[in-house]
Design a protein around this ligand. Structure first.
Ligand SMILES: *Cc1c(COP(=O)(O)O)cnc(C)c1O
Length: 385
């Protein structure tokens, strides 16, 4: 069976994990700080804060942005539900912006239609790994609304605004280290930011909301009167720590990020050549001149929509090729219908996209022979064999 996605691990990765198991630290320790430093350097920002998952990273980022009950957040209709759930965790109402049919990303124009005076944070998603321009979004929302880039698909990509995660126009960017993503720590996530105060809030949220720095105590006399163990829980935080075991794997993988992204781009190029000119089959949007697509996903789009898509999905499966649909518009899920009153049809372009999208296998170790098999089955199924 050819899966739709798969991690790439090698002997160095296994040795890095084994080395941590030989040492004294298992949970958050020197491997986590080393990994954070390496991510910050890579993205060209002063701060990176690691988490137990990309979802935890999103939750912490919207907390650090000051989102709370009664506020609203806006994200893309076409994303993994975690991009919206993070607002709901904090008692905020998630709103959804439609996608642009040319990029499958949100834009300043589609976000504008979803903005209200209650919106405290917007969460643009670099869908499939194609970097979305952030500067026009900053111009739209102004300095008082936080921008948290959901860059889970786009680590290793860049645009005219710089490396994804460099936060040139955003307050924070989050990455996921799930095995389907560009690099993995098995489970894990990380937030990058240029803002020292936000980095501090992220770290506190990750550790139960507890503060140990006497300079930041609400009751500074506590340290003197009670003793050096004194610390304060100032917020309702969580245990969202990454372990040193996971961080060692993430750090080892980070060294291969450029190779992984280059291999994904090679897969995309082969698909574009092999699938070119098939009647009724659209190929994914390409980046402009200065940008590098990270190709977390290679999504084809069937113009005839749902019935043909199901046929193609099944034909590929019969041929031992697994594909996926990314994503059902988030507002269609029963939770979003019952908790927030949303339903099908909210975002017309997202609906059109969803009706025909299919993610083909795309990962660094996919061989040219396997890929040619995928191309052959797609061609046959589309009546182009
Ligand atoms: C993978 C992903 C996440 C969540 O990451 P986890 O590490 O699985 O928690 C968030 N947003 C998007 C767009 C993702 O693809």
């Amino acid at each position: 069976m050819i899966p739709y996605s798969k991690q790439s691990l090698d002997a160095d990765d296994r040795a890095a994990v084994a080395a941590v198991l030989e040492g004294d630290w298992l949970t958050q320790g020197p491997a986590v700080s080393g990994f954070e430093q390496a991510v910050a350097t890579r993205c060209g920002v002063p701060h990176a804060v690691a988490f137990s998952s990309g979802t935890a990273a999103l939750h912490a980022a919207v907390f650090a942005a000051g989102v709370g009950p009664g506020d609203e957040i806006v994200t893309s209709a076409i994303t993994f539900a975690a991009s919206a759930n993070c607002g709901a965790y904090l008692g905020a109402r998630p709103r959804f912006a439609d996608i642009e049919p040319e990029t499958w990303n949100v834009s300043a124009a589609t976000l504008e239609a979803a903005m209200t005076p209650r919106v405290k944070a917007v969460i643009p998603v670099h869908f499939a790994g194609l970097p979305a321009p952030i500067e026009p979004i900053r111009e739209l929302v102004g300095p008082d609304v936080a921008i948290v880039e959901d860059a889970a698909h786009a680590l290793g990509g860049y645009s005219g605004e710089g490396e994804v995660g460099s936060c040139a126009h955003a307050d924070m960017a989050i990455f996921s280290l799930h095995p389907t993503k560009a690099i993995t720590s098995a489970e894990g996530g990380v937030v990058t930011t240029r803002d020292a105060a936000m980095a501090e809030r992220l770290a506190v949220f990750r550790h139960h909301g507890m503060v140990r720095d006497p300079d930041r105590f609400v009751h500074p006399e506590g340290a003197g009167d009670e003793g050096p163990w004194y610390h304060e829980q100032q917020y309702l935080g969580f245990n969202y720590r990454l372990s040193d075991v996971h961080a060692a794997l993430g750090n080892s993988q980070l060294g291969k990020l450029d190779d992984h992204v280059a291999a994904r781009n090679a897969v995309a190029t082969r698909y574009r050549e092999g699938l070119d000119g098939i009647e009724g089959l659209g190929l994914p949007p390409q980046p402009g001149g200065e940008a590098l697509h990270a190709y977390h996903l290679f999504v084809v789009h069937l113009r005839e929509g749902t019935a043909r898509r199901l046929e193609l999905y099944q034909r590929l499966l019969e041929n031992e090729i697994r594909t996926q649909v990314h994503y059902i518009p988030v507002y269609r899920h029963p939770y979003y219908r019952s908790a927030f009153g949303y339903g099908p049809g909210l975002c017309p372009e997202a609906e059109r996209y969803y009706a025909g999208c299919l993610s083909l296998p795309c990962y660094p170790d996919l061989t040219p022979a396997e890929q040619d098999r995928v191309i052959e089955v797609v061609r046959e199924a589309m009546g182009d064999g």
